[in-house]
Design a protein around this ligand. Structure first.
Ligand SMILES: [Zn+2]
Length: 54
């Protein structure tokens, strides 16, 4: 799983579900799951299916 810190934009891999703090700048609650290209494609796919683009 890839994560990214919203504060310092540091990217890292972790086996943890969601680290509570950034290992680089140490800010709590700033870590978010980084979307992979695959996730983005899935999101778009879902939007197209749910949307009214017929
Ligand atoms: Zn950080």
């Amino acid at each position: 799983m890839a994560f990214q810190c919203k504060k310092c934009s540091y990217r890292f891999e972790s086996k943890q579900k969601l680290p509570s703090k950034c290992p680089f700048c140490g800010t709590f609650g700033s870590v978010i799951i980084e979307k992979t290209a695959e996730d983005v494609i899935k999101d778009i796919d879902r939007m197209l299916k749910d949307g009214e683009l017929t």
